[in-house]
Ligand binder design. Structure first.
Ligand code: HEC
Ligand code: HEC
Ligand code: HEC
Ligand code: HEC
Length: 428
């Protein structure tokens, strides 16, 4: 296992790397304006995703942080981990022909993927992008000094300070644990800072990760303390339990809340756990102030709870917009889908009728179906002289919105009345 990979997993994992990670990083899709629905499967398990990544031989062509093949892009580094679920489905769709070509060339047997398996793979792809880079102890030392933390805290020295010595926290490798401790102690720290006329120090980007690296390098050994990677579903519940929704209009969590704080599904938040934890620290004074004014009690949060909450907030970053079903219907025609997928089932049709496609109208569902049926679809397209349609930006999201309006039980029912569908012939 490469050093990079090993290190990053170890922010969470225990003993055998990835072996015992229990992760509930769900693949979420915003289906309705009012609530988040965790689609398909409530939680994709990253450990299983990792196993599938190997079993299905993705790893022969794709590396994750340098570990694995280099025929396709390194999924730890490519932009895929930052896309919305619907966009990721679009990307998977686009790459089908090239991927199939490579599979043939390299003599791989084409594999099939169930929806669950694709869900785990989505979770893995999102998760790897959320882990932080390896911290640099020397930078951590500088940051502690520059931010004024050392005014009050020592690290394994006899010099006492107003605050506790931080050395004993070296056993925690995970920035979440640090963020939790800092969150927990923020009110008293704030007071201490006010007394010494200090401005609340803001942490940026990987600052917290470097601080952790430094304190750990100060040589404290001890029992290692690990977290399970966060569970999105638990995080969503905790968002309510800890009263976060009282200020954050998390439509997600089903609150009607007054919007004192930013909507976290729209805020421009960092995409790594460590950097997100730093954001929470930065905003602590503002939150405390409002909480006092509004008489909201500051409820304690333990490290695992914070891991869950952060996983939930990060998952918001992969939510799709609702999608424009009307546009999706146009896309269905423009990309040439309609040439083979008829509105009404035709007895001798080579392709399933359009209504049947609604069963695949989630990002994971579409990606899995394409993985399994892409080859024969590609064959049909090549025969018909059509080129493989490519989805850009939000086109897949709109297409999925359209397909969801179809109901196979009642027959094809588009968003516009039948027959009006623009038909532009060949796909682009
Ligand atoms: C035989 C080689 C091969 C195998 C096996 C393979 N891929 Fe790929 N994959 C590729 C190539 C080549 C590309 C780039 C295609 C392109 O640029 O159009 C790609 C692209 C991708 C992309 C888009 C990445 C990006 O940044 O644009 C994703 C996601 C992906 N593959 C996932 C998977 C998964 C998941 C599996 C296993 C289930 C898998 N691939 C198996 C060769 C492969
Ligand atoms: C003005 C003094 C002061 C400054 C500056 C300060 N802290 Fe603290 N810190 C404290 C005090 C006092 C406590 C204990 C608060 C309590 O018991 O709730 C504390 C507690 C902590 C704890 C929990 C430690 C434990 O053993 O419970 C951590 C972690 C921490 N601070 C990190 C930091 C970091 C990182 C910085 C710089 C970004 C910083 N502190 C800046 C005064 C300070
Ligand atoms: C009493 C109101 C209030 C409560 C309760 C509250 N927040 Fe906040 N939160 C705010 C405000 C106001 C801001 C913006 C603060 C600022 O700009 O400094 C904020 C900012 C944030 C940010 C950073 C957003 C950004 O754009 O950088 C995160 C993340 C966050 N809150 C998470 C939470 C979580 C998780 C909880 C529950 C544990 C919570 N908040 C509870 C009021 C609140
Ligand atoms: C050249 C004809 C052709 C075109 C064009 C075409 N398809 Fe298909 N499609 C097929 C065939 C044939 C199958 C059945 C493949 C199989 O069963 O293995 C299929 C299967 C599917 C399935 C899986 C259906 C199921 O129930 O298993 C989906 C989803 C799908 N196509 C979506 C699309 C979309 C979206 C487009 C337009 C971007 C499109 N297709 C364009 C021929 C086509």
């Amino acid at each position: 296992m490469s050093n990079q990979l090993n290190h990053r997993w170890h922010q969470f994992a225990t003993g055998v790397v990835v072996g015992t990670v229990v992760l509930g990083f769900a693949c979420v899709t915003r289906v309705q304006a009012q609530s988040i629905q965790v689609t398909d499967v409530s939680s994709g398990d990253v450990t299983r995703g990792w196993r599938i990544f190997h079993e299905k031989e993705c790893v022969d062509c794709h590396a994750i942080w340098d570990q694995g093949g280099h025929v396709g892009p390194d999924l730890g580094r490519s932009r895929t981990g930052q896309l919305s679920a619907g966009q990721l489905a679009g990307v998977m769709w686009n790459h089908i022909p090239k991927m199939l070509g490579q599979i043939e060339e390299t003599g791989h047997a084409p594999s099939t993927l169930s929806r669950d398996e694709m869900n785990e793979l989505f979770s893995l792809i999102f998760f790897v992008r959320q882990l932080d880079e390896q911290g640099n102890p020397r930078r951590g030392e500088q940051i502690l000094r520059n931010k004024g933390c050392t005014e009050c805290h020592s690290v394994d020295t006899s010099e006492g300070g107003v605050g506790p010595d931080l050395a004993k926290w070296g056993k925690y490798a995970n920035p979440i644990v640090w963020a939790q401790m800092m969150w927990e102690h923020a009110p008293l720290m704030e007071e201490a800072m006010r007394r010494s006329d200090m401005v609340w120090p803001k942490l940026e980007g990987s600052d917290l990760v470097h601080i952790v690296a430094y304190v750990r390098s100060a040589g404290v050994s001890g029992e290692k303390n690990y977290l399970h990677p966060g569970s999105v579903a638990n995080g969503q519940q905790l968002f309510l339990d800890k009263a976060c929704n009282q200020c954050h209009p998390a439509r997600a969590a089903g609150s009607s809340g007054s919007a004192t704080g930013p909507d976290l599904s729209k805020a421009n938040l960092p995409t790594s756990v460590g950097a997100l934890a730093s954001r929470m620290w930065n905003h602590s004074p503002a939150m405390t102030k409002i909480m006092r004014e509004k008489n909201v009690e500051r409820r304690p949060i333990n490290p695992q709870e914070l891991a869950d909450i952060l996983a939930y907030i990060l998952a918001l970053g992969h939510l799709d917009d609702e999608g424009d079903a009307l546009k999706g219907e146009q896309i269905f025609a423009q990309k040439g889908c309609i040439q083979c997928h008829e509105r009404e089932g035709v007895a001798n049709a080579i392709a399933p009728a359009v209504a049947q496609l609604s069963g695949h109208a989630t990002p994971v569902g579409m990606a899995a179906t394409m993985w399994n049926h892409g080859a024969s679809m590609l064959e049909q397209m090549t025969e018909a002289g059509l080129s493989w349609p490519v989805f850009n930006d939000k086109e897949m999201v709109d297409l999925l919105a359209y397909l969801r309006t179809l109901n196979s039980a009642t027959g094809a029912r588009g968003v516009s009345s039948q027959g009006e569908t623009p038909q532009t012939g060949k796909g682009d």
